[in-house]
Write a protein that binds this ligand. Structure first.
Ligand code: CP3
Length: 324
């Protein structure tokens, strides 16, 4: 998660010359940035360099990144009329630059490192387009959800359709696994998750499964409702760091693979602190088949790349016994 990015000097060197969106839209650059972390670290997978917000532009929802960081949606969607102005897209053609990046990366690493594609889950995308950007309380999202549930639902359906098509197009272009990011779903209680979100995620997963690539669903902040999260039917559930992996797995059931769940800010710490916490995650995974070691959320810019190297090597060293 944010495997590439501003914590790497070689990323910042390119970013000094191009905007983030320009980087995403140039397949040669996006391919290069995808490969940067693989050159430094012994990673077991690559994740394509793109962003969950890219489908919004062809859908008619303009956005940009503010100079101080963070996305800004130009005209937030807050009514039935606003939703009527949003259109479904054909991701194969309208997000062709992402497909080209996937094809380029796949050619570079084929047979060595598997490639992951991704998309934002419907609720997380809906929260951006309704709020218009970052928020502390999701007041606009909840207002629409409670005042006009039919409109909220219509928007979720549209986003789910786009999301499914986008992931399928990525599999066709070479993604060998796909991850759905539900970064902001943890601000909902279980009642509204079940009522307004679950079926849309299940729809995406149903459409995408069975096309040769496992589907990973990362529901950030959802450790209080893992029973519901497991009902989406994904092959792999990504778990954040706020719950012990052993407890999470008990709630998810033995049939699902689990990805997680080191607190990403552990990487601010000295190697000994990292080692201790990696060991704890692995102890809780208990050698079960289907554990994919990962961070519980994304890397942040202030992290020292040497600590990332230490982490990757520690995971391989400490899990070698469990893998044999
Ligand atoms: O992991 C990777 O290397 C793949 C690339 C990737 C990015 N965004 C690149 C990026 C992935 C998987 C994402 C997903 C994404 N984007 C999510 C879901 C994951 C999560 O963190 O919860 C979300 C919510 C977004 C939306 C988004 N994009 C935000 C909120 C921001 C601003 C963040 C900030 O710190 O300024 C972005 C921009 C972004 N996406 C950057 C990168 C490398 C930073 C862009 C820059 O260089 O200025």
């Amino acid at each position: 998660m944010r495997q590439a990015g501003r914590y790497l000097p070689e990323y910042r060197a390119i970013r000094d010359k191009l905007s983030f969106i320009e980087m995403c839209k140039r397949p040669d650059v996006a391919c290069e940035v995808t490969l940067q972390p693989l050159r430094r670290f012994e990673l077991d997978a690559a994740i394509v360099f793109a962003d969950i917000l890219l489908p919004l532009e062809p859908m008619g929802i303009g956005f940009h990144f503010a100079p101080e960081g963070g996305p800004v949606i130009e005209r937030p969607i807050r009514s039935g009329r606003d939703v009527k102005g949003v259109r479904a897209i054909d991701p194969r053609t309208e997000l062709d630059y992402v497909m080209q990046t996937l094809r380029l990366v796949r050619r570079e690493i084929d047979g060595k490192t598997p490639l992951i594609g991704f998309a934002g889950a419907p609720y997380t995308l809906a929260s951006y387009v309704i709020e218009g950007g970052h928020t502390r309380d999701y007041a606009h999202v909840k207002t629409l959800m409670f005042d006009d549930p039919a409109t909220f639902d219509r928007l979720m359906e549209l986003l789910a359709e786009v999301c499914a098509g986008y992931l399928l197009a990525q599999i066709e272009a070479g993604a060998q696994a796909v991850q759905l990011f539900d970064s902001w779903v943890g601000w909902l209680g279980p009642y509204d998750y079940e009522r307004h979100v679950l079926r849309h995620v299940r729809y995406v997963v149903d459409q995408v499964r069975g096309h040769g690539a496992p589907v990973i669903y990362f529901a950030n902040g959802a450790s209080g409702m893992l029973d519901l999260v497991s009902q989406v039917g994904a092959d792999v559930i990504g778990v954040d760091w706020r719950i012990g992996l052993d407890r999470a797995w008990e709630q998810l059931g033995a049939d699902v693979a689990v990805q997680g769940n080191l607190d990403p800010l552990t990487l601010l710490g000295p190697p000994a602190a990292i080692e201790e916490r990696v060991a704890d995650v692995l102890r809780r995974a208990g050698g079960r088949p289907g554990h994919v070691f990962n961070l519980g959320h994304g890397l942040v810019p202030q992290i020292d790349p040497d600590n990332v190297r230490y982490l990757v090597d520690a995971v391989h060293r400490l899990s070698a016994g469990a893998r044999d």
